[in-house]
Design a protein. Structure first.
Length: 298
């Protein structure tokens, strides 16, 4: 079934879809905050449920990406669960095969694009990201809701989401190793800030500083308007992504620290050109945990 909305949806389009009785719609707030605690100490993630209770898009449900949509038994934070477990988690939110999902966050869109990517990895194309999140919704003149009584997750009727896994969207460690060594075609795209890419950040939450050898840097924030937090127009996205080599690569793979920021350039490539870009879920958290794997700095 074709998506009812484009991958990147404006506040006006979401408002219209909410008013239309022809669209089975679930809106998700995925806002989460990351915190670093010291050199080589793992970062932690805090689901911003309290922030959601204070203000959210009316009718939106809160989703805890860290726990509900991740394998909490895995060594790395945010690890993708099995397709069956992930489908069940989305189903508990009322998301079925015919549901169109619109997801947003209020901290830079990476958590929203992570949920977008997870659903598409499951084979569910009926998913969009709200451009600019709650701030854009309010800037468009639409009121926010507050309080637990509006939490759609608490009122959701469980649905069945059929997993149709797309393995090509999830890059594995052996695949990344082959690309990095030059024994397989592809391009590794680091979505973090330039200082972290070079291994020069003030504090590193990863076991070792640096990047996977052979990587290029396309920082996620360069794909967003710094004033509004909304994605750049499609032509500008194409220019930024092409200048980094992502659009011309034979098999691009994005990565970051734990597979969250990496979904932003993957999403931007899809919006700009329809390109399907794989995400290395383990990212630097996994890569730097083994001293036998090389890293580049500088």
């Amino acid at each position: 079934m074709a998506p009812a909305l484009p991958a990147l949806v404006s506040p006006d389009a979401l408002r219209a879809a909410q008013a239309a009785s022809t669209v089975t719609l679930v809106v998700l707030d995925a806002s989460t905050a990351l915190a670093t605690h010291g050199e080589a100490e793992p970062y932690t993630a805090e689901p911003l449920r309290q922030q959601y209770l204070e203000a959210h898009v009316p009718g939106a449900a809160f989703v805890d990406v860290t726990h509900e949509l991740s394998d909490t038994s895995a060594p790395q934070l945010f690890t993708v669960p099995s397709p069956q477990a992930l489908a069940a988690a989305f189903g508990a939110l009322g998301i079925g095969d015919d549901t169109h999902v619109v997801v947003y966050d209020d901290v830079g869109s990476a958590w929203a694009t992570r949920v977008w990517w997870l659903l598409r990895w499951l084979g569910h194309d009926r998913v969009s990201v709200l451009d600019g999140g709650l701030a854009a919704w309010q800037a468009a003149g639409f009121a926010a809701a507050s309080g637990a009584e509006d939490d759609a997750a608490a009122r959701a009727t469980p649905a069945t989401l059929t997993p149709r896994e797309r393995p090509e969207l999830l890059a594995t460690l052996p695949q990344v190793e082959r690309i990095s060594s030059g024994s397989a075609p592809g391009l590794l795209v680091n979505a973090l800030d330039p200082a972290t890419f070079r291994g020069e950040q003030d504090v590193s939450p990863y076991p070792r500083r640096g990047r996977i050898p052979g990587s290029v840097n396309v920082p996620l924030f360069t794909l967003l308007d710094p004033g509004t937090g909304r994605f750049l127009p499609a032509d500008e996205l194409r220019e930024r992504l092409r200048s980094g080599g992502l659009l011309d690569a034979d098999g691009a793979v994005t990565y970051c620290g734990g597979g969250i920021a990496a979904t932003v350039p993957a999403f931007a490539a899809y919006v700009a050109t329809g390109a399907e870009v794989a995400v290395y879920d383990g990212s630097l958290s996994e890569w730097t945990s083994d001293d036998s794997r090389p890293v580049d700095v500088g």
